[in-house]
Design a protein around this ligand. Structure first.
Ligand SMILES: Cc1ncc(COP(=O)(O)O)c(C=O)c1O
Length: 434
């Protein structure tokens, strides 16, 4: 043990729980117990790390929480599964079996949804530059939210011929590049272009049905939605157009995730307040039939964990370093800008020391987290990284290694949804054919 290794005081930017000596991200004990039990089961089945372990149960829980947004006097809410957030076949099947629809933004997502049995009328097609791929899979009766004047022009003949149900994505003034707020995002129509698009659609004999916006991810509070809904409403007034469906996109922050400074993304968000926003505004949309939401993170982040094994330990310059068989570069790009719960199996206690958790690739960037962790962690221990059910699989890499196993838990069954990628798969991806 390096004598210079500092024992870290409790207040290290995170809220600390002195009894167990690890960061407290606010998970209820039963949630921690649920994942501990499931990870143990997965390991007992012989699954090798790194693996993602995903479960339907937390998704059902998220949908229950979202019921607070419903109100008997208002139009019903339809929740679309954000496919890109967690493109996992058993999840798509489970969601469809609940009778729920799916939102896609690419040809592959569209084809995956069709393959998993979603009807055309239960697939909402969003995203930019769809004229590149949509003609190749076009079918009658699709639900399409147009994103730009050029895209609309290119797809209009098909939309007319195949009688699509169409809508427009509006860029509200709240949509900026989060890192450079002085610049707008690249999505949707500017209001003047959207007004022209409504005319174009009507001239073509199509009735625009949906007004869509998606603000960004991890929206800070309900007041931001209120401003966006108010802008959408002002647009409808100015255009003298009342859509049957208002699609407010996704963006609800999941609980238990922190910024690198240790601030909970959901700290200022209240679903009850968002419900009040909808109660204030939805009655002002004449003839509104449904409110649509497409939450990715809120619904699925909690539904997965990443499990890695500590392979090596180093101590240098006041830092303990755990080298693991998975990490940021391969499995958890999100860790670049988010801090998630990290627990060990077995549980380790004792003094906390500043510890960096690294993956096995050859970059300092490959660091899942750097925070106080028990000094007793050792090679062979399993580390469990929480809230890995959103934007981990889509951003997975095969950097010098194969893809991780993905396990799916539903009811009382735990099974392999996707086996680990072997050498042949990895090397064929590098251009070596069969
Ligand atoms: C159009 C659209 N809808 C929904 C989502 C899901 O967002 P989130 O995961 O923040 O809820 C996204 C994410 O980028 C999106 O672009």
């Amino acid at each position: 043990m390096n004598a210079a290794l500092r024992v870290v005081p409790w207040s290290f930017g995170f809220r600390m729980k002195s009894s167990i000596g690890i960061c407290d991200f606010g998970h209820p004990p039963q949630v921690l117990a649920f994942w501990r039990r499931l990870v143990r089961e997965a390991l007992a089945m012989g699954n090798k790390t790194p693996f993602y372990l995903c479960s339907a149960h937390p998704i059902a829980e998220a949908l229950t929480e979202l019921r607070v947004l419903e109100c008997a006097d208002l139009p019903p809410i339809r929740h679309w599964l954000s496919c890109k957030t967690q493109p996992l076949a058993p999840l798509l099947r489970w969601w469809r079996q609940q009778g729920r629809p799916i939102e896609v933004v690419s040809e592959f997502e569209y084809r995956a949804a069709r393959q998993e049995g979603f009807d055309r009328g239960n697939i909402l097609i969003n995203g930019p530059a769809k004229h590149r791929w949509l003609p190749g899979v076009a079918e009658p009766g699709l639900l399409v939210n147009f994103d730009s004047p050029l895209e609309l022009k290119a797809l209009l003949p098909l939309a007319k011929k195949l009688q699509w149900h169409v809508g427009l994505r509006l860029r509200t003034s709240l949509e900026h590049d989060p890192e450079h707020p002085e610049y707008p995002t690249q999505f949707g129509f500017e209001p003047a272009d959207a007004t022209a698009a409504l005319k174009t659609l009507r001239r073509a004999g199509l009735t625009p049905e949906t007004l869509h916006f998606h603000l960004r991810t991890n929206v800070q509070n309900a007041a931001v939605y209120e401003q966006a809904v108010a802008e959408a409403h002002a647009f409808c007034v100015a255009a003298n157009w009342w859509p049957g469906f208002l699609d407010c996109g996704g963006g609800l922050p999941p609980r238990h995730t922190l910024s690198p400074e240790g601030r909970a993304f959901a700290a200022d968000f209240s679903l009850a307040e968002l419900a009040r926003v909808f109660r204030r505004w939805l009655p002002r949309f004449n003839g509104l039939r449904e409110l649509w939401l497409e939450n990715g993170r809120f619904v699925s982040a909690r539904s997965g964990v990443l499990v890695v094994t500590v392979l090596d330990v180093k101590e240098r310059a006041g830092l303990r370093q755990l080298i693991c068989d998975g990490g940021r570069t391969l499995n958890a790009l999100v860790s670049n800008w988010e801090e998630h719960e990290l627990i060990s199996l077995p549980s380790r206690s004792g003094p906390m020391v500043l510890t960096a958790v690294h993956g096995p690739t050859c970059m300092a960037f490959d660091q899942l987290t750097r925070r106080p962790l028990p000094r007793t962690l050792r090679p062979g221990d399993r580390l469990v990284w929480f809230e890995a059910g959103a934007y981990h699989l889509p951003w997975e890499t095969q950097f010098s290694h194969g893809r991780a196993t993905v396990l799916w838990h539903e009811g009382k069954t735990l099974q392999v949804a996707r086996p680990a990628g072997g050498f042949e798969q990895w090397w064929s991806g590098a251009g070596k054919q069969g």
